[in-house]
Design a protein around this ligand. Structure first.
Ligand code: FMN
Length: 191
């Protein structure tokens, strides 16, 4: 799967895949700590550091969270309740960077920041052989209610399911556009 000339980092990017089934093996807090440290080191607009990572590794608390956020139309995501760890990625918006500058300039930087920090987390997990999946299909309003965070200035962005991959999960080549198709040099995109 690796290509000649790949750096260790590119090999990691090629190897990471979304994992939606896990073994029962618990995830060590030390491993999660490395992922959280990678996330903490992520850059953010104006260094506003809006991300908050809420880690659920207690089976009872994780199950209660999963019941709240994977109900109704979100039950398509119920399989993520089986992940040994569920991480809620929230942002706390900064008035100046997010509400004012973002509104004038147009880019919601807080979500850019969350994407960067979340992917730092995910790649640090992959480096340790952990399997993760970003989960966007969950009930964010129910999450805020469940955690007592309604109208407290937080916005849910995504969940990240974490665990040791089930033993039968095979490595696979990422399905992506051919190299270059998403790139334009010195001008507008071709498509
Ligand atoms: C922001 C975001 C939200 C996602 N939400 C879900 C989700 O709700 N359910 C799911 O099964 N996968 C979800 N995924 C995983 C994508 O489907 C997956 O990354 C994509 O198909 C590419 O596959 P790969 O990660 O194995 O390379 C999400 C990924 C991202 C980045």
């Amino acid at each position: 799967m690796s290509e000649a000339g790949d750096s260790a980092f590119l090999r990691l990017c090629r190897q990471r895949r979304s994992v939606r089934r896990w073994s029962d093996r618990p995830v060590e807090r030390e491993q999660l700590g490395l992922c959280l440290e990678a996330a903490r080191l992520a850059p953010s607009a104006e260094n506003a550091q809006p991300c908050r990572f809420l880690v659920f590794d207690d089976p009872v608390k994780k199950a209660a969270l999963a019941r709240a956020v994977f109900a109704g139309i979100y039950s398509a995501s119920a399989r993520f309740a089986q992940a040994p760890v569920l991480v809620c990625l929230l942002i706390r918006e900064s008035l100046v960077v997010n509400r004012l500058a973002g509104r004038v300039q147009g880019t919601p930087f807080q979500f850019v920041d969350a994407g960067i920090a979340g992917e730092h987390f995910v790649l640090a997990a992959a480096e340790q052989g952990l399997g993760t999946c970003w989960v966007g299909w969950f009930d964010g309003r129910a999450l805020l209610r469940h955690l007592g965070l309604v109208r407290r200035g937080y916005k849910p962005v995504c969940l990240i399911a974490v665990g040791h991959p089930a033993p039968d999960i095979e490595p696979r080549e990422p399905r992506r556009r051919p190299p270059g198709e998403d790139v334009a040099w010195n001008g507008p995109p071709g498509s």
